[in-house]
Design a protein around this ligand. Structure first.
Ligand SMILES: *Cc1c(COP(=O)(O)O)cnc(C)c1O
Length: 377
């Protein structure tokens, strides 16, 4: 039983049972290896389920003060943070919340080290390295492209500035399998081994598609144990996508159908407002019960209710013609959706729903005019 025909539309629906299945796999990797896995909140910040996630994972990682605070308040466990550059006026608060602070450059570390040491809390600091090895072909998602600001390359890591640094962090993957990780680890070992000897931990970043059906968990485990055995390091992973892969849905209703050389349907969810990665990545989200164009008899181009001509979700075919009021359910909508929504065109935000394992569901949040108005003045 699911709630797709009962929720208001549009709604993000996160399925607790599916989420637990992902968390159990991640927990088993922690138990087998002793590594620690953190939720990267940048991909998913539905804090209603943080207590559940906190039962399986070691904590959260953040890209900003606000995410760090959310992780501390709603999940607990360890709170880590990385930012390309920290603001002076936020560092005291960050130091009062975070257990690990990862700096993008030695100069940021030099700038803040006294302030952090004066905080009186035991904070472990690290540097994000750029291993200059990545298998990502799209520059938008490749932290190692020429001129990238993400992390420090070997040539710019002055060992004299590393004093007090306890860990290295790299993040060079995106939706990848563990064979990519194994090749990356080899480069990190060759280039940065002399520094790793003096470290307490290494953070493999995110981009690990651990919960995907074809993911090679054994190869991941070999990479983790390699770093543990060779350098005695505590290994961290901080997947975002991997935690909530295939656990969420976006339920939408058809508002109208029309024709212009092909069949068109306008739905009450927008790519631009509710799933911007569809336009940014770009990608075609899975839609339950539909096929590729012409796979079924009725093919439609689905578009959003905004005035942006390019607010197109994609072309899909159906066994039956669409009519106003029909419900459509997009899959894999937990990651990089709720955290990226906006109210462009005054379009309301989707409700947030939690589907429980016993078939019941809970409307966690509904939005309205005040949410739109409060961000403007
Ligand atoms: C984005 C990001 C993550 C999570 O990446 P996923 O691709 O969602 O797994 C982890 N760590 C850092 C530093 C990131 O920027």
């Amino acid at each position: 039983m699911n709630c797709f025909d009962q929720v208001p539309t549009p709604s993000f629906v996160v399925d607790e049972g599916l989420l637990k299945r992902n968390l159990e796999l991640l927990q088993s990797i922690q138990q087998r290896t002793g590594c620690k896995i953190l939720l990267a909140q940048k991909a998913f910040s539905m804090y209603r389920v943080y207590p559940l996630i906190g039962r399986y994972l070691a904590g959260t990682t953040a890209s900003s003060l606000f995410e760090a605070r959310l992780g501390r308040e709603e999940m607990g466990g360890e709170v880590h943070i990385y930012s390309p550059a920290y603001r002076e006026d936020e560092m005291d608060q960050i130091a009062s919340i975070c257990d690990h602070i990862v700096f993008n450059s030695p100069s940021q570390w030099m700038r803040f080290r006294n302030q952090i040491q004066a905080s009186g809390r035991s904070i472990s600091c690290g540097i994000r390295i750029n291993p200059e090895y990545s298998e990502i072909e799209t520059d938008l998602y490749n932290p190692c492209f020429t001129g990238s600001r993400m992390g420090t390359t070997l040539a710019h890591l002055d060992p004299a500035q590393m004093e007090g640094i306890e860990g290295l962090h790299f993040h060079t993957m995106c939706e990848q399998n563990s064979d990519t990780l194994a090749r990356t680890i080899q480069v990190v070992d060759e280039k940065f081994g002399h520094l790793l000897q003096h470290m307490k931990w290494i953070n493999f970043g995110g981009g690990h598609h651990i919960t995907r059906s074809d993911y090679d968990v054994e190869c991941l485990i070999r990479s983790i144990t390699f770093m543990q055995e060779k350098y005695g390091l505590q290994v961290y992973l901080e997947p975002g996508e991997g935690v909530v892969l295939n656990t969420g849905f976006l339920v939408t209703s058809v508002l109208d159908t029309l024709q212009n050389g092909m069949d068109l349907a306008i739905v009450d969810t927008s790519a631009a407002c509710h799933m911007p990665d569809v336009l940014e990545m770009p990608y075609r989200p899975p839609l339950l019960g539909s096929g590729d164009p012409d796979e079924y008899p009725y093919t439609y181009r689905l578009g959003g209710p905004t005035c942006l001509a390019g607010d197109i979700i994609g072309d899909y075919s159906f066994p039956h013609p669409l009519k106003p009021g029909d419900r459509l359910v997009f899959g894999d909508m937990a990651l990089y959706t709720m955290v990226k929504t906006n109210t462009f065109n005054g379009v309301n935000l989707p409700s947030i729903v939690l589907q429980h394992e016993d078939g019941s569901f809970e409307i966690v949040k509904q939005f309205g005019y005040e949410d739109f108005k409060s961000r403007l003045s």
